[in-house]
Design a protein around this ligand. Sequence first.
Ligand code: PEP
Ligand code: MN
Length: 270
Amino acid sequence: MNEYIKLLKEQDKLNISIDLNKKFNWKHFKIAGPCSVEGESIIEISKEIAKCGADALRAGAYKPCTYPILKETNGWKEGLRKEGLELLKEAKKQSGLPIVTEVMDASMIEEVSEVADIFQIGTRNFQNYTLLDALGKSNTPVLLKRGTWGTLDEILGACERILVGGNENIAICLRGVVGAPSYRHVFPSIRWAPDLMMIPALKELCDIPIIYDPSHSTGYRNFVPAISKAAIAAGADGLIVESHPNPKESISDADQAITIETLKEIIGSI
Ligand code: PEP
Ligand code: MN
């Protein structure tokens, strides 16, 4: 075992971290919603998501895209940005669901915290240390998505940064990693490989809750139900699932979005 991690484990410091009384309750936490806020539709969607038994609504107002120009459409430019946050505020009011939405930069924390109950940190920012340090000073729970390249010790190190800053309300989101090209000839939307073994590996070392993302890790909607169940069986505490009333019409990540009906089945089956 890595010497530093071993030392932390021996000194019981991997959970320096977690004050169980103060900690946000991530157990059995099911987060669902479209990849991004696409317009006023998010308000109706949020109510549908609530009816399925989800615990929180996810949707990005700020959406870092691999190809930034390609998807510009009707004011949606890597998200609806400020307008997206306003719509999320209304969705929260009408559905009663807490909001999970992305913060891309430390300078955005204040603005996004007016709406977000949980900050989502995207894979691209997994090692943005300025951002992680700033999140440590925040009181808002953080869902830290694993970088597509992130090793086990890098995951722990990224968490440590937030925890030592004083924010104990964090969960790790596993969302697939590099290494999926073997599928791409047949299923072109598959970009990442599911990282299920990281669940028991992390559980061996720390008590930081794990939320599994079966959407980005598969990239293909037909695989989402199976990988959701597999993640729970492997010990994940909860799920974050991209779901949309018309999955094929999704502005971003259309191939992996599932219908609201499928979401309901998944939530009922775990
Ligand atoms: C997302 O959750 O929509 C997203 C962009 O995720 P990731 O940062 O893991 O790619
Ligand atoms: Mn997405």
